[in-house]
Design a protein around this ligand. Structure first.
Ligand code: SAH
Length: 347
């Protein structure tokens, strides 16, 4: 085990079989060693900086029906909302004054927002805050639409691949959504020039170690600038409402492996991780993550972006509470910085 972890640290890669072994035979000891190396790798490129992003969840309408997601179309139990352009610009203004230099616009796939409307919003944010980065996380679209948004000024795009196994993908999504289209989207984004993020849920229904290793090898091969992973958490009004949640323990172990596979990646310590375990966010950072994305949505809609149950949006998860987050990070030896926080090869 020790040799395997050392090999991962020096080569930044392992075979399928080695990764299976590393995951299935993990222990507190192997985790400790892995975290130490992951920390060293992260420090080589990013020091002890934790980059912060203001997350604006601008719509919880969605035309898709992903079996795991609380804002899926078939869920009649949630209160739907949409933010206007003015709402979004106000969030950015408030975020800017707080010290955020990246705004992440995330939403369900809501056809109410036309491609040109999104372009206009991106263009306006970039005009008002030329020193800021805009990240979109708005699902699957055609190459031309992604290109239009990039030209309007969007810098980055987050689109989790969800699972790198086609059969597993079809167990998490209705037939209308395909693995091939997800991959097509990711390749378009990268080709256009976005700093691109992929990722998956840890402990999603039907997931095996084999699937996870496929995810890791896909990530290694695709070389995204950002990788977001978090535990799957059931949402009671979805088909997976009775499933068990993924664990923080496996999530942080995988964060450390991803850090060593792609040492320069930007890796968030996600809200889902903070929601399944107290101090989850700190544990993620200690395992090699270097990004936090506190919620910058207007407070009256925060509870309605309920992709899973008991989602945190208070304390260090609230963008307004940057002081609390900075304090949490300081306590574990890290520093939140006022910076766009670009990928080191994309500055
Ligand atoms: N429509 C956008 C944003 C989706 S929400 C898109 O398709 O990219 C962002 C991420 O939340 C998803 O990619 C998914 O991985 C995660 N997510 C959704 N439901 C979840 C759940 N029940 N538990 C944990 N993570 C979930």
């Amino acid at each position: 085990m020790i040799d395997l972890i050392r090999k991962l640290f020096t080569d930044n890669s392992l075979s399928h079989e080695e990764l299976v072994h590393l995951i299935d035979n993990r222990s507190e000891e192997s985790a400790k060693l892995l975290f130490r190396y992951a920390d060293e790798a992260r420090r080589t490129y990013y020091g002890n900086s934790v980059f912060i992003r203001g997350l604006i969840e601008f719509t919880n309408y969605c035309k898709n029906d992903c079996y795991y997601c609380g804002i899926r179309r078939s869920n009649r139990n949630i209160c739907r909302y949409r933010l206007t352009k003015e709402d979004i610009l106000n969030c950015c203004k408030e975020g800017y004054d707080l010290g955020y230099r990246t705004f992440v616009l995330q939403g369900g796939e809501d056809p109410h927002y036309s491609a040109s409307f999104i372009s206009d919003i991106v263009y306006s944010i970039k005009s008002e805050h030329p020193d800021c980065a805009v990240t979109l996380s708005f699902g699957e679209h055609g190459h031309d639409v992604y290109l239009e948004w990039f030209k309007a000024g969007a810098d980055r795009y987050l689109l989790r691949h969800e699972t790198a196994d086609k059969t597993h993908y079809s167990l998490l999504h209705p037939d209308k959504m395909t693995f091939d289209n997800r991959m097509r989207c990711l390749h378009s984004l990268k080709e256009i020039g976005y700093q691109t993020g992929c990722g998956f849920m840890v402990g999603s229904p039907f997931q095996t170690t084999q699937h996870i290793v496929k995810d890791l090898l896909f990530i290694k091969d695709f070389k995204p600038e950002m990788v977001g992973i978090g535990p799957f958490i059931p949402q009671k009004d979805t088909p997976f409402g009775n499933r068990t949640a993924g664990t923080a323990e496996l999530t942080v172990y995988l964060i450390a492996i991803i850090r060593l596979l792609l040492p320069t990646a930007l890796i968030p310590s996600t809200t889902a991780l903070g929601s399944v375990q107290k101090n989850g966010r700190e544990l993620g950072i200690l395992a090699g993550a270097n990004v936090c994305m506190p919620n910058l949505s207007p407070s009256h809609v925060r509870a309605d972006y309920a992709i899973y149950d008991n989602k945190l949006s208070v304390g260090g998860e609230s963008a307004q509470n940057l002081k609390a987050l900075s304090e949490q990070m300081k306590n574990i030896g890290f520093e939140t910085v006022i910076d766009r926080g670009d990928h080191i090869e994309r500055k």
